[in-house]
Write a protein that binds this ligand. Structure first.
Ligand SMILES: Nc1ncnc2c1ncn2[C@@H]1O[C@H](COP(=O)(O)OP(=O)(O)OP(=O)(O)O)[C@@H](O)[C@H]1O
Ligand SMILES: O=C(O)c1ccc[n+]([C@@H]2O[C@H](COP(=O)([O-])O)[C@@H](O)[C@H]2O)c1
Length: 217
C-alpha cells in the first residue's frame, strides 16, 4: 500500500487580521486637554499636538470644564459658546475630539470625578491628562489628588529653559513656548486689537459674530 504524504496548508492570516488581533490586546492611549477654553487658542492646539506626537497617543480629547474648581472661581461665558469654539478650533484635525462629559454633568468639574466616569465607560483606555507646566505646582491642591494619580498619567508641558520640580510622577514634554493665553485674547478683543493668527479663523469669526468679550475681563 502506498503512503500518501499530505501537506497541510499553513493557515494564512492577512496583515489586516494580524493588526486587528494585536490591537485587540492593546490598551488605547488617549490624551485629554481639560480647560475653560474661554476662548481656545493656538497655544492649546500646539501643546495638544506636541504631546500627541511625542507620546504617540491615538488622539487628544478637548474637554471644556463646566465650572473650574478654583477657589477664586473664574468668570466665564456659557458652556455652549465654549463648546462651539472648541469644535471649530479642532475641526480640521481628525485626531482631536470634543469631550463634553463635564458640560453634561454640570456643577464643579473635578477631574477625579471625570476620569473615574471615563474609565468606567472605557476600561480599555489609559488616559494622559495634559496640563501647562505652570499648573503642576498646584496639583497638591487638586480634589482627591492621591486617588486621581492612580487613575491617570499627568503630562506637564514644559516651557523651554524652565525647570519645574514635582514630587508627583509627571511625564514632561517639551513644546515650543507659545505666549498666548485666553485672558490675553479676551483683553485684545475688548481693546479692539487683532487676534488674527492667535486663534483659528473660525473661532475669531464666532467671537465677532456673537460679540463676545467686548465687556468684562
Ligand atoms: N500658551 C500655553 N502654553 C502652555 N500651556 C497652556 C497655554 N495656554 C494654556 N495652557 C494650558 O492649557 C490648559 C487649559 O487652559 P485654559 O483653557 O485655562 O486657557 P488659559 O489660556 O490658561 O486661560 P486664562 O488666560 O483665562 O487663564 C491649562 O492646563 C493651561 O495651563
Ligand atoms: O480637580 C481639580 O481639583 C482641578 C483643579 C484645577 C484644575 N483642574 C482641571 O484642570 C484643567 C485646566 O484648568 P484651567 O482652570 O487652567 O482651565 C481643567 O480641566 C480643570 O477642570 C482640576
Amino acid at each position: 500500500m502506498q503512503t500518501r504524504i499530505v501537506t497541510l496548508k499553513q493557515p494564512v492570516i492577512s496583515t489586516e487580521v494580524q493588526k486587528k488581533i494585536l490591537n485587540l490586546n492593546k490598551r488605547r492611549q488617549v490624551g485629554i486637554l481639560g480647560g475653560t477654553f474661554n476662548p481656545p487658542h493656538l497655544g492649546h492646539l500646539i501643546m495638544a499636538d506636541q504631546v500627541m506626537q511625542q507620546l504617540e497617543l491615538e488622539k487628544v480629547l478637548f474637554m471644556p470644564d463646566n465650572q473650574p474648581p478654583h477657589v477664586d472661581e473664574k468668570k466665564t461665558i456659557p458652556g455652549k459658546d465654549r463648546k462651539e469654539m472648541v469644535s471649530r478650533a479642532i475641526m480640521d484635525n481628525p485626531n482631536f475630539e470634543l469631550e463634553t462629559i463635564e458640560l453634561q454633568r454640570g456643577g464643579i468639574s473635578y477631574t477625579y470625578d471625570t476620569i473615574k466616569a471615563l474609565k468606567q465607560r472605557h476600561p480599555d483606555t489609559d488616559y494622559y491628562f495634559i496640563i501647562g507646566g505652570d499648573m503642576v505646582a498646584y496639583l497638591p491642591k487638586w480634589h482627591k489628588i492621591d486617588e486621581l494619580l492612580k487613575l491617570v498619567h499627568f503630562v506637564g508641558v514644559r516651557r523651554r529653559n524652565f525647570a519645574v520640580h514635582s514630587n508627583y510622577p509627571i511625564i514632561w514634554v517639551d513644546s515650543p513656548l507659545v505666549d498666548i493665553s485666553s485672558s490675553a485674547i479676551r483683553k485684545r478683543v475688548k481693546n479692539q486689537q487683532s487676534i488674527h493668527y492667535l486663534v483659528p479663523d473660525d473661532v475669531a469669526a464666532y467671537i465677532y459674530e456673537k460679540g463676545l468679550y467686548l465687556e468684562g475681563k
